[in-house]
Design a binder for this molecule. Structure first.
Ligand code: NAP
Ligand code: GLV
Length: 314
């Protein structure tokens, strides 16, 4: 079995070594652009590969690619490529991202509700402030996307005593979570929400979902946490609603262009906290163990979880 690794931004050797530990009988190499006699792979293990990888490995004479494994939960970058319709695309499911995402969102929610940023600023200027405690019951959290990650975040928030709403494509039932679904359920979900967490995949249906109209329907003084993709947010609309006071603040981990361009107004906005796309990292050993397990399952002819529905885009 041949496997090609293509993740242009990382140093490939430790990844390939880890994959070899999981699949000792496989021939595993790093993909090289325009190789004279390229290895033709049965499986690709990739993050944001160039179109040339896809063309060489799934369309050129001798190609034998059986599936493409994405080294992340979101497949939006892959969906931008011209992929053969028959080629299964498999995404990471949790693989250690769930606990990271829960930690990040709980941190962001607590920082806002407990006013940790306010205390931090006051203490830095020598004040010893007293503020009235705020009740969790007054901060209903709405989680957009109740999939592998969103459902864990919703459950963790419920476990802490927050009122929790969730929105998904299909109807769901989840203990302690008031579930809404589909376009028809969005307005009621937003009206019931004071802290919004975005954990949707980026698809043509969800692009720009956080705009003047939807953000304007959130409860007054709402807080926005985007840990999904920058393309979900209309940046100018978010800034306008922060400036008008309708939104109290935002914590953003993802951006339309990454790294965030130095001239972007998010950098200097006093109500925005930024992190550089770190809310849930792809962990090498967990991710490659999951992918190796799925390759072995495919080789046995077993059905797989995490195969992207190409018409839905996630
Ligand atoms: P997932 O399991 O596929 O869950 C996606 C959820 O979104 C599902 O509940 C789905 O509804 C819902 N959804 C999709 N399209 C919708 C629509 N048009 N309307 C309403 N709901 C819709 O994905 P995941 O593993 O939880 O990951 C979610 C996203 O998080 C990824 O796509 C990625 O972009 C992002 N992410 C970011 C980081 C980071 O470091 N910032 C790390 C990991 C992931 P159904 O359940 O009804 O299908
Ligand atoms: C990271 O953003 C991922 O999609 O895994």
């Amino acid at each position: 079995m041949n496997i090609l690794f293509c993740f242009p931004r990382v140093q490939a050797e430790p990844w390939v070594a880890e994959l070899r530990k999981n699949l000792p009988d496989a021939r595993i190499e790093v993909w090289q652009a325009a190789a004279v006699d390229p290895l033709m792979a049965d499986y690709g293990v990739v993050w944001a590969p160039p179109q040339a990888f896809i063309d060489e490995q799934s369309r050129a004479p001798g190609s034998r690619m059986k599936a493409l494994f994405n080294l992340g939960a979101g497949v939006d970058a892959l969906m931008q490529l011209d992929l053969p319709a028959h080629l299964p695309v498999v995404r990471l499911q949790d693989a250690g991202m769930g606990p990271q995402m829960v930690e990040y969102v709980l941190h962001a929610v607590a920082r806002h509700v407990r006013e940790l940023d306010v205390y931090e600023a006051a203490l830095k200027s020598g004040d010893w402030p007293f503020r009235k405690p705020r009740a969790r019951a007054d901060f209903p959290v709405g989680v957009l996307g109740l999939g592998v990650l969103g459902s864990q975040v919703a459950q963790a928030l419920h476990g802490l005593g927050y009122p929790v709403n969730g929105w998904s494509q299909s109807p769901k039932q989840m203990a302690g979570v008031q579930c809404f679904h589909g376009a028809a359920g969005l307005d009621d979900f937003l009206a019931a929400t004071r802290i919004l967490v975005c954990l949707l995949p980026l698809t043509p249906q969800t692009e720009n979902v956080l705009n003047a109209s939807s953000l304007g329907r959130l409860q007054a003084g709402a807080y926005v946490i985007n840990v999904a993709r920058g393309g979900h947010v209309v940046d100018a609309d978010l800034i306008a609603l922060l400036d008008s006071g309708h939104l109290a603040g935002a914590m953003l981990d993802v951006f339309r262009t990454e790294p965030l361009p130095s001239e972007h107004p998010f950098w200097r906005h006093p109500k925005i906290t930024l992190t550089p796309h770190i809310s849930a990292r792809t962990l090498r050993s967990e991710s490659l163990a999951q992918i190796a397990g799925k390759i072995q399952a495919l080789e046995r002819g077993d059905a797989l979880d995490g195969v992207v529905n190409r018409s839905r885009g996630y």
